[in-house]
Design a protein around this ligand. Structure first.
Ligand code: FES
Length: 249
């Protein structure tokens, strides 16, 4: 039976950065000291400034070993630009882990990430294989330009398929999987969902939505998302939803 784990933990802590490495022109990976029980698909609100740019930034958990948490992020604005300049031993404020996780499933599982949407699937591959070593986890990673971290992902999955500059959704046969998880641009997830629907596999799909956020803890409506069950808060009711709930509304 599929169980979806939802954490209500919203603790805020000032934590020490262990490393903050540049992986490509725009992508960085930051590792931070932080005891945690983060699950695949959850996120933290991060901030490293007193006032400007005002809002903390939601960043997906890339990995966790219980005592540290890692984030994969892309520089796309002032907040992430500030993150990119942080050094080891400097402080950063974390709030989390927040939001719903991908369900713990077994069988044949496809994890489909586009751009920075690949972030949750490193921990997902690790947690799925650790809970059910017999399951098969195939990763599909799509990039608009250079690929990153493919060797790291290869160590955690049974197969890794990479597409640069094209459509990662073209590479997947929905009939080959029991479960399909997706994270990335909405247009990519919608195309994947349509492909699965045509193959009679719509019920296999879970998606992680990347709506803009402000508070990150359900106290405003900035992240509101229409679903089959009415308007939902992506930060609190999601970010992980059944594909049918989001794309059949
Ligand atoms: Fe405020 Fe989601 S960001 S309710």
């Amino acid at each position: 039976m599929i169980s979806q784990i939802v954490s209500q933990t919203v603790s805020k802590t000032v934590s020490k950065i262990i490393s903050n490495e540049r992986l490509s022109r725009d992508f960085y990976r930051m590792r931070v000291e932080c005891p945690n029980d983060a699950r695949m698909g959850q996120f933290y609100m991060l901030r490293a400034w007193a006032r400007y740019p005002v809002l903390s930034r939601p960043i997906s958990v890339f990995d966790s070993d219980g005592g540290t948490v890692s984030f994969l992020y892309k520089v796309i604005g002032k907040g992430t630009e500030i993150f990119s300049g942080l050094k080891a031993k400097e402080d950063i404020t974390l709030q989390g882990p927040l939001g719903s996780a991908f369900p713990e499933v077994t069988g044949k599982i496809a994890l489909v990430g586009g751009g920075v949407g690949i972030a949750p699937f490193y921990l997902a591959a690790r947690q799925l294989k650790s809970a059910h070593p017999e399951c098969r986890v195939d990763l599909y990673l799509g990039f608009s330009d250079g690929a990153i971290l493919t060797d790291d992902y290869q160590e955690k999955a049974d197969k890794v398929t990479v597409n640069v500059g094209g459509f990662i959704t073209d590479e997947i046969d929905p009939a080959g999987y029991d479960h399909i998880f997706a994270c990335g641009p909405e247009v990519m997830m919608r195309a994947l969902y349509s492909k699965c629907r045509e193959a009679g596999a719509a019920g296999k799909v879970y998606v992680s939505m990347e709506n803009r956020m402000a508070c990150g803890v359900g106290a405003c409506l900035v992240c509101s998302c229409r679903t089959a069950g009415g308007n939902k808060k992506v930060c609190k009711d999601g970010p992980v939803f059944k594909g049918e709930a989001v794309f059949e509304e």
